[in-house]
Structures are given as C-alpha cells and as structure tokens.
Design a protein around this ligand. Structure first.
Ligand SMILES: Cc1cc2nc3c(=O)[nH]c(=O)nc-3n(C[C@H](O)[C@H](O)[C@H](O)COP(=O)(O)OP(=O)(O)OC[C@H]3O[C@@H](n4cnc5c(N)ncnc54)[C@H](O)[C@@H]3O)c2cc1C
Length: 418
C-alpha cells in the first residue's frame, strides 16, 4: 500500500463510525490521512436508552446529541445519505449525485428496522395497540400507551433474528413486570414473551437462567413462534399475532421488535453484502470480502456476534489496528473473537451481566474484578453499571478512550487472574 496521503471514508456516524474515526484520528496525523465521516442525519441516539423511555425512566431529549459534535478535531463530517458504493473504482455515490473517492472505506451504517416486511404490522392498530420501542418515536409513543394500560394481555414479540441487542426485549419484559407491580396493576396484566428461538436467548447458559427468571416473575414464554401476520384490527376478532404454522397469541397491547436488515444501499453496492444487506467480512479481521481496502464494523457486519454496542467497541479495537496495518502494508491480525457483553436490567433496581464470545459462554469471571458479582447473578451494582453506561458511552466509548487497567473501555469479565 502507498504510504503517501490517504483518504479514509467512514460511512455512518453512529457508535461504530464515531469511535473508529476518533481512534483513527489519534493514531494517524492529519498529514498522513484525511478522515471523512458521512451520515444521513445529525441526531445520534443513545440506543440503549430506548429501553427506559417507555417506562418513564429516560427522557427522549436526554438520549440524543448532535453527531458531528462527537467527532474529534481534524475529522470531516458530511451530512448526506449514501446511495451506493462501487468497490471496483473506490467510489462512494451519495444521494445528491456527488461522489467521494477513498483509499480505505469503513462501513458502519448499522442495521435498519423493516416493520413493513411483516404482514399487518404497520396496518390497523400500529402505534395504537401495536408498538415498537426500537426507535425514538416508537419508544416515546409506547410510554403513553403503557401509562394508560389498565390491564389485559401484553405481548412482547421478536419477529426474527438477528436484532440489535437481543436481550433488550427480555429486559422490556422484566421492566414491565416491575412497572405494573409498582402501579398496583400487575395482577391485571398478563405478560407473554414470544420468540422464534427454542428458549429465552441464543446462548444456552444464559437462556436457562433467563427462562427461569421469566417463570419466577410470572411471565409466560412462547418459543419457536415465527410471526407471519399481525392482526391489530379490533374489527377482525381479538387482536393477535399469527405464526407461519398458524398458531396465534392474543394481545391487547403488543410490543414488536421488527425484522432487521442492513442499510439498503448495501444491496445496491455490487458484491458488498449478503441477502439481508449485511456487509460480508472476515469474522476475525473485519476486512470485507468485496475488496481488501474495505472494512466494516458494528451492526452493519454479517459476523455471527450479537448486534450490540459492546461488540462494536471490541471490534473497533481490532479494526483500527488492522486499518493502520493495511495502510502500512503489514499483515492484518485475526483478533476479533466475537466478544460481547451486556448488563441485563432485571427490574426492581437490579441487573446482571452476560459475557461471551464466538466459542465460549459464559466467559469466566466476575465484574468488576474480584469484588463484583459473578456473571449471570443479579445485583444492584450491575444496575448502577447499566445506568452509568450512558455517561460512559458519550465520554469514554465514543471518544475511543482506553481505561488504564481494564484494557478496553467496556467491562470485560474473565480478567480475574490479572
Ligand atoms: C432498544 C435498544 C437497546 C440496546 N441496548 C444495548 C445495550 O444495552 N448494550 C449494547 O451493547 N448495545 C445495545 N444496543 C445496540 C447498540 O445500540 C448498537 O448495536 C450499536 O449502536 C451499533 O452501532 P453501529 O455503529 O453499528 O450502528 P448505529 O449506531 O445504528 O449507526 C449507524 C449509522 O449509519 C447511518 N446510516 C445508515 N444508512 C445510511 C445511509 N444510507 N447513508 C448515510 N448514513 C447512513 C445511520 O444514520 C446511523 O447513524 C441497543 C439497541 C437498541 C435498539
């Protein structure tokens, strides 16, 4: 690779695009590389905060900041939608017809919600008795619906995987249990969690633990349910979700996590993505299979890891090293191991931590260090960790800071021996 001045273009200024740009800027002086970040809007939503909005535990205004302000000095910000990428001639085509040339491209355009792909989901009853909390508008509307829900069947339904933060729907169930208990209405609300999986979660140890927690809290679990149609119209009998094999679950209030896909421009970019428009990359180096000077990070990738901010952060450490190695003509390092961790809010001011990678679940250890709770154990400390994470996100994770002693900016279990 030529070691002259390089043009690095990063598509997406969400979690992955922002932390990558900031880390790269601190590694590469401005005379060596121009860094340009492109995003279609200037509203950076702290997505983990969406879980708390429906329960009145977060104000929608408090979880949004301007994207451009999260980028360090010396990084160009361009507010434009990407139309497509032509990896054959190193060009990004933007929606206004202009183009951007790159020497290295990093795709960080996340995952999009595809509610229109499920029959009836956005039809009658949408945003009246059928909601999602996976975007700011939906989470805000759901807050009003929960506050006025006097009783009946509350169904939380994951249509299909992959989804962002696969534990968030379970956290929603636990918080709903807490919310209605606090308001003295729990006996009047039946909560049912409906999932296409054969258990509460993808990873077996966590799944067993989470299933028994659902049972303890009186939350019904319906598994292997592949939602085909949502009937939200009260004129057509009781509102219900219906699976492809014609099972039904009635609801009075449905909270649906729609099908996810990659950004649509990926599908318009020859060779860049898979059938769901996720960018195909080597799962350990994060280099695209379309071209060696293209990389991807975060929810945009096809890697078999959770679509989570923690994963995006751990990927960022490997990705930035590999982009610098690529620019310097060195071999890439196959170091991303699928590491994911997340505090799971379990209600009543408690949370627990899960921590796993591609091969091992759970990773051994306690968090933080030896004084913390073992993995998969509920504690108030974990709940505080979950709440503090918002501060951490804006001030440590996005700026790309390392915490001395932790080695990375996210909690990492399995560090007991250090
Ligand atoms: C309800 C909820 C709760 C969550 N809770 C947690 C949690 O507790 N812990 C955790 O680790 N993770 C959590 N996550 C997941 C986490 O927020 C995401 O995994 C993470 O933000 C992914 O970062 P990203 O950079 O890949 O995508 P994003 O941050 O979504 O950024 C993608 C960017 O690409 C831009 N973009 C897309 N298409 C185009 C285009 N055509 N042109 C220009 N720009 C484009 C978008 O505008 C966006 O800014 C949660 C997510 C949700 C929805």
């Amino acid at each position: 690779m030529d070691t002259g001045h390089q043009h690095i273009v990063i598509l997406g200024a969400g979690t992955g695009g922002t932390l990558t740009a900031n880390r790269l800027r601190s590694r590469l002086p401005e005379h060596r590389a121009t860094i340009t970040v492109v995003d279609q809007d200037d509203q950076h939503v702290y997505q983990p905060g969406l879980l708390f909005v429906p329960f009145g535990l977060a104000d929608p205004l408090d979880i949004v900041k301007p994207r451009h302000r999260q980028l360090h000095r010396g990084i160009n910000y361009l507010q434009q939608a990407v139309d497509r990428v032509e990896t054959g001639d190193n060009t990004v085509h933007l929606a206004d017809g202009s183009t951007l040339h790159y020497d290295v491209l990093i795709v960080a355009t996340g995952a999009v919600l595809l509610p229109g792909e499920t029959e009836g989901l956005t039809g009658p009853g949408w945003n009246e008795r059928v909601f999602t909390f996976y975007d700011l508008d939906g989470a805000t509307r759901l807050a009003e619906a929960l506050e006025s829900f006097e009783g009946g069947e509350l169904v939380v339904n994951v249509v299909d995987l992959p989804i962002k933060c696969p534990v968030a729907p379970l956290e929603f169930c636990f918080l709903a249990d807490w919310f209605f208990t606090e308001r003295g209405r729990r006996d009047d609300v039946k909560i049912t969690y409906v999932t296409p999986l054969d258990g509460a979660f993808t990873k077996p140890t966590a799944s067993t633990r989470l299933s028994s927690m659902l049972a303890d809290k009186g939350i019904e679990l319906v598994t292997e349910f592949n939602t085909g149609t949502v009937h939200g119209d009260t004129d057509e009998g009781h509102p219900r979700i219906e699976s492809w094999d014609e099972r039904t679950v009635d609801f009075d209030l449905a909270v649906v996590i729609p099908l996810h896909g990659g950004a649509p421009f990926v599908g318009r970019s020859p060779g860049l993505g898979d059938d769901l428009d996720f960018v195909t990359v080597d799962q350990q180096t994060l280099q695209s299979s379309a071209a060696p000077n293209v990389f991807a990070i975060g929810d945009a990738t096809s890697v078999p890891a959770s679509k989570a901010g923690s994963v995006t952060h751990f990927e960022g450490e490997v990705l930035v090293d590999n982009v610098v190695a690529f620019l310097e003509g060195h071999e890439l390092r196959a170091l991303f191991d699928g590491h994911a961790n997340c505090f799971i809010e379990t209600g009543f001011d408690k949370a627990m931590l899960i921590d796993f990678n591609y091969d091992t679940e759970p990773l051994p250890g306690h968090f933080p260090g030896k004084i913390g709770a073992p993995l998969l154990a509920e504690s108030k400390l974990n709940h505080l960790g979950k709440l503090m994470f918002q501060w951490f996100y804006w001030h440590v994770l996005l700026p790309g800071r390392d915490i001395p002693g932790l080695g990375s900016a996210m909690p990492t279990a399995g560090k007991e021996s250090s």
